[in-house]
Design a protein around this ligand. Structure first.
Ligand code: NAD
Length: 264
């Protein structure tokens, strides 16, 4: 039985993860962490299930004591607070909008416990990252533009997935994304410099998540894309990753490891 903590338990993703954990015979919910109104309520009640005896708590030093693995979909701030108190509990995190400090904190934390961070837990996007890298390398002169769309409540832009797609294209061309990323265009940006990787964020309604990568050349264009129509795909990916990660030695792991796509 794998003991699981859920961070951001009252959120859109957190509730999906809570339900999946509570309904899985091989997983046991031992902690549910959130902030605000949900604190103090029974975690199972948040998803309309019979009380499971686990109350939602804020981040505290003993919140994760018994957990083998924590699944996090919260905010960069909440994740940073949790990293300070996670101890050796393995961590699966899907929180996006992490800055360089947060990335370094994750890296340091991996010396103590297993860490798997992914901007997108869908199998389709894991494949898309591969395809984009291959296309960017095979078509080195084509212009890369990444267009993403999400629901109106999303707080970071561009999406973590869009940035991961940009990194895949940049890495395949042996360049740094930071040096080539261009976010939106307005005014008089002038002709497009070769090598730019453009990002465009559309926000509206209840769009779960869409990503399209253009590779535009003279007289032709390749488009690679992915549409998530349900958050359940992310929930299932994260729970699968948590099962896989629990009990692993300290270090950084990726979804590619979980899916067996890593080259030997
Ligand atoms: P949400 O706003 O619905 O949920 C976030 C939850 O975190 C809320 O319940 C909030 O109360 C809680 N929280 C905020 N501050 C906290 C704190 N200090 N301590 C504890 N809890 C705190 O957001 P969401 O749509 O569920 O997304 C959460 C994150 O997951 C975002 O960064 C989003 O981009 C990311 N996400 C990733 C994937 C993926 O596959 N990797 C998929 C969907 C969303």
């Amino acid at each position: 039985m794998t003991r699981v903590a859920v961070i951001g338990a009252a959120g859109r993703m957190g509730r999906g993860v809570l339900r999946a954990v509570l309904e899985a015979p091989d997983l046991r919910l031992v902690a549910a962490v959130d902030a605000g109104d949900a604190v103090g309520s029974d975690a199972a009640g948040l998803v309309g299930l019979r009380p499971a005896g686990v109350l939602v708590t804020p981040v505290t030093v003993d919140a994760f004591g018994q957990a083998d693995v924590a699944i996090d979909f919260s905010t960069p701030r909440a994740l940073a607070d949790c990293l300070d108190v996670l101890g050796t509990t393995a961590l699966v995190t899907g929180t996006t909008g992490l800055d360089e400090d947060a990335e370094r904190q994750l890296e340091r934390r991996a010396a103590l416990g297993a860490v798997l961070a992914a901007a997108n837990f869908s199998t389709g996007v894991t494949l898309l990252l591969d395809l984009v890298g291959r296309a960017a390398a095979a078509l080195p002169d084509f212009d890369v533009e990444i267009v993403e769309a999400h629901h109106r409540r999303k707080v970071d832009a561009p999406s973590g997935t869009a940035l991961a797609l940009g990194r895949a294209a940049a890495a395949a061309r042996g360049v740094s994304l930071d040096a080539h990323a261009v976010h939106g265009r307005s005014g008089q940006p002038g002709p497009r410099p070769p090598g730019d990787i453009g990002f465009h964020a559309v926000r509206g309604g209840d769009v779960v998540g869409e990503h399209r990568v253009w590779l535009a050349g003279e007289g032709e264009r390749v488009e690679l894309g992915h549409v998530a129509s349900s958050r359940q795909t992310f929930v299932e990916g994260a729970v699968r990753a948590a099962r896989w990660l629990a009990g692993r030695p300290p270090g950084r792991y990726s979804l590619r490891d979980v899916l067996g796509l890593t080259q030997p």
